[in-house]
Design a binder for this molecule. Sequence first.
Ligand code: TYD
Ligand code: MG
Length: 461
Amino acid sequence: MARPTNRYVCQACGAAFPKWGGKCDACGEWNTLVEEAVREAGAGRGARVGGRRVDFADLSGSPEVAPRRATGIAEFDRVAGGGLVRGSVVLVGGDPGIGKSTLLLQVMCRLAGSYRCAYISGEEATDQIRMRATRLGIATAPVQLAAATNVGDIVAALDAPQGPDFCVIDSIQTMVVETLESAPGTVAQVRASAQELIRVAKRRGTVMLLVGHVTKEGAIAGPRVLEHMVDTVLYFEGERGHQFRILRAVKNRFGATDEIGVFEMTDHGLSEVPNPSALFLAERRGDVSGAAVFAGMEGTRPLLVEIQALVAPSPLGTPRRAVVGWDGGRLAMVLAVLEARCGVSVGANDVYLNVAGGLRINEPAADLAVAAALVSSLTGVPVPADAVVFGEVGLAGEVRAVSQTDLRLKEAAKLGFASALMPRRPRGRRGDETIRILEFAEVSDLLPLFQEQPGRPVARG
Ligand code: TYD
Ligand code: MG
């Protein structure tokens, strides 16, 4: 029988080579070749692939609804799609120090009342985990702890008759499959470890929560391979200096992916934030120019957040454009529309845009709020302090309708806002809102708002 040999597979295009090289000859990518063991097929070359016949089923059969195991932490359950599904594998990614271990320890302690829960750490000693649990005030929960990195040993423990229903692996980058020679943290090890753990999860119905570190580029280490293998990918994110933490689903085979969970970091661990709008607006100063409150949606939940802009004369030949929490390309587009359709010239200015509180916004509905903040900063005239803003901006300068208008308005009213600057609605689509609606068909219609104060005309190109 031929000895199993190793080959080097490009993680970008899948080409295989007998020798390692820095560059893939097939697609030209660098540093993508990864060692893989070749499994010899039983029969020799040319053998036909044979097997049992696959049974087909009707599309109309009644599907088995996967029962959810709710953790009782509402912000977590919402992101997971209503709770964790038996036998599912969840990858929780995030920067080091963002709070992944804390979150998952809290989740395990909540579940430990009803299920057998295990927390396996390859990074911390059991004493360290105990100390953390004591600090969080949850040390009495019957969670089983272990410090281990050998996947074979871990699988044996999970397979035991009284094996856990939930298991945290912190982190997947520290796990080692003994039969593989590569170092822990390499793509080959990460993938092989995950494969073993996923297999045991599916076989036993264990819910597996894998912690994954994030590389400098922002992807979970082990380029993409992990994200394809698991059922659910959650990212835990937030700005270092802020106390808010956002849990976001980027992939979920058992639920929607646009939900977020909001947490606040405290001395006693992460506490849920059921009303994030109030939190995100807590430090707002009403009357400054360059700020607009955007009425956004995150999944099924409305979320108000302040968008801040600063437009200042640039000393540089090529003015700076810096964005935190929003898309840089989208900012360039809004600036171009303001310039071309409204005659607002920002060409010689540095432009800074910031979403307050460390939140990241992906919605095009923020365009109008960004435009309002920019014009406000440029003219020095504040956006009305009691107004929220939302609407998508098209290249022709038109303000386009966005979804979930009613929910946005309701949230604004709930938080005490008195008016909304928003896209024009078709006739007959007026709700019974309590707040004053200012409808805009064109971005240029915004400009008169910023001319109210005498002596401070809107800058025109
Ligand atoms: P940790 O959970 O260890 O982060 P990660 O596993 O993502 O690397 O948290 C990092 C540090 O922050 C740790 O020293 C504990 C502290 N921390 C708090 O004090 N309160 C909190 O609510 C959280 C989430 C963390
Ligand atoms: Mg950790």
